[in-house]
Design a binder for this molecule. Structure first.
Ligand code: SF4
Length: 88
């Protein structure tokens, strides 16, 4: 969509405005347990989403990541030294 931004005298300056329909995309945390070495980096970043039990088994919060927790989930994915996490 092209929308006028400013009008100067006889001419006009036009800007292109991309209209995108904003849609909330809900993501889940996926763990590759073959890669996870239970070092707890993700737990340190987001203890409300990740937990290590007494046997060093990682558990992840079920369900979709709340939109206001997505930044920490993405950080945990990025910081996992074994690349065992992803969002899908
Ligand atoms: S940071 Fe990665 S390797 Fe460490 S416990 Fe979490 S998923 Fe496993």
């Amino acid at each position: 969509m092209i929308s006028p931004l400013f009008r100067f005298g006889d001419g006009a300056v036009w800007v292109s405005v991309a209209k995108t329909a904003w849609k909330e995309v809900l993501m889940k945390i996926i763990v590759d347990f073959d890669r996870c070495e239970a070092n707890g980096v993700c737990v340190g970043i987001a203890p409300d989403m990740f937990e290590l039990d007494d046997d060093d088994m990682l558990t992840v919060a079920e369900g979709d990541v709340a939109p206001d927790r997505l930044a920490d989930a993405e950080e945990a994915v990025a910081q996992c030294p074994k690349a065992a996490l992803r969002l899908a």
